[in-house]
Design a protein around this ligand. Structure first.
Ligand code: MF3
Ligand code: CO
Length: 269
C-alpha cells in the first residue's frame, strides 16, 4: 500500500530530515585522516540525541539480516558501497567515504547519505576519478529529484537517475534503490535507480521517497557481502559513491526534507 502523508506529517518529517542532515554535517566536519569510524558514529549519535530524536538504523533488522544493525550510521569506505559498519578502522589520506544516517522524530523518519573524500590521495589520478564519481552521483540524485514532480511517474525518477549514471559509464548496485519512507524507514514503493520513463506509479502530493543513487566506478553492477552480513562491496574492487535525500512530492513540486536548517538571519552588527 502506498501511503500519502498530510502536510502536518510532512512538517514532522521535515524536522526528522533536518536532524538527519545536522548529524551528517557534524560527521562531515569531524571526518579527517586518523579518525576512526566509530568516533564518527558517536558524533552522529550525539547530534540525534541532543535534538530529541532517535537513531533510525540502530537495531534495525530486516528479515534477511543476520543481526540487528549495530550502528547509528553506515560508513562505507572506498570499495564498500553501502551498509558499512562503523568500527575501529581509521581514515587514511584519499579515502572515499559514504556516510548514511537516519533519525526518527516524534515517530517520523528521515534518511540521507553523503559521499566525500578525506585528505589527499597520493595518486592525483585516483583523486580526480573519485571527484568525478561523487559529482556524477550527486547529479544523478539531482536529476531524480527534478523528475519527482506531481503527476510524473516513478519510472521518470528511476530513468533520470539511471541515465545520468549510465551516460557516465558507471555501474549501479543490482537490485538496490530508494524507497518510500514515513513512520517506517522502508515503505512502499521501491524506487529503482534505473527505469523507463512514463511507467509505474503516478506521483501524488504527499508521497515521500528516499532517493539514493549508488554508483560503482568500474561500471559493474555486481557486489559482494562481507562476512559481517551487512557491508556490501563492489565485486570488481573499484570505488563507489552513495548520496541520498528524503524528498516529499508536493503540489508545487519536489521538496528535499533532509536539508540542514537555514541559519536564522542574525541582527546586523
Ligand atoms: N539508507 C539505507 C537504506 O535505505 C539505510 C540502511 S540502514 C541499516 O537502505 F540499518 F540497514 F543499515
Ligand atoms: Co534509504
Amino acid at each position: 500500500m502506498i501511503e500519502l502523508k498530510t502536510p502536518a506529517e510532512i512538517e514532522l518529517m521535515r524536522e526528522a530530515g533536518r536532524i538527519t542532515a545536522a548529524a551528517l554535517g557534524a560527521v562531515r566536519d569531524a571526518a579527517a585522516v586518523g579518525k576512526s569510524l566509530d568516533e564518527l558514529d558517536r558524533v552522529a549519535a550525539e547530534v540525534i540525541a541532543e535534538a530529541g530524536a532517535e537513531p533510525l538504523f540502530l537495531g534495525y533488522r530486516p528479515s534477511t539480516a543476520p543481526s540487528p544493525y549495530p550502528g547509528v550510521t553506515c560508513i562505507s569506505v572506498n570499495d564498500a558501497v553501502v551498509h558499512g559498519i562503523p568500527g575501529r578502522d581509521v581514515l587514511a589520506d584519499g579515502d572515499l567515504v559514504s556516510v548514511d544516517c537516519g533519525a526518527r522524530f516524534r515517530g517520523w523518519s528521515g534518511d540521507a547519505a553523503i559521499s566525500f573524500v578525506v585528505g589527499q590521495h597520493p595518486d592525483p589520478e585516483v583523486a580526480r576519478r573519485d571527484e568525478a564519481l561523487i559529482a556524477t552521483t550527486r547529479a544523478a540524485l539531482d536529476a531524480g529529484i527534478a523528475a519527482a514532480q506531481p503527476g510524473a511517474k516513478l519510472g521518470d525518477v528511476a530513468h533520470a537517475i539511471g541515465r545520468v549514471s549510465r551516460d557516465a559509464g558507471y555501474g549501479l548496485m543490482e537490485g538496490h534503490g530508494g524507497h518510500g519512507i514515513g513512520r517506517e524507514m522502508h515503505e512502499a514503493p521501491h524506487v529503482p535507480n534505473e527505469g523507463r520513463p512514463g511507467r509505474g506509479l503516478r506521483l501524488r502530493p504527499g508521497l515521500v521517497l528516499a532517493l539514493e543513487p549508488m554508483l560503482i566506478a568500474g561500471g559493474t553492477d555486481a557486489y559482494d557481502e562481507d562476512p559481517d552480513g551487512w557491508t556490501l562491496r563492489t565485486a570488481d574492487g573499484t570505488r563507489a559513491a552513495h548520496i541520498e535525500h528524503t524528498v516529499a512530492i508536493t503540489e508545487h513540486g519536489p521538496e528535499v526534507l533532509t536539508l540542514a536548517r537555514q541559519p536564522a538571519a542574525t541582527a546586523a552588527g
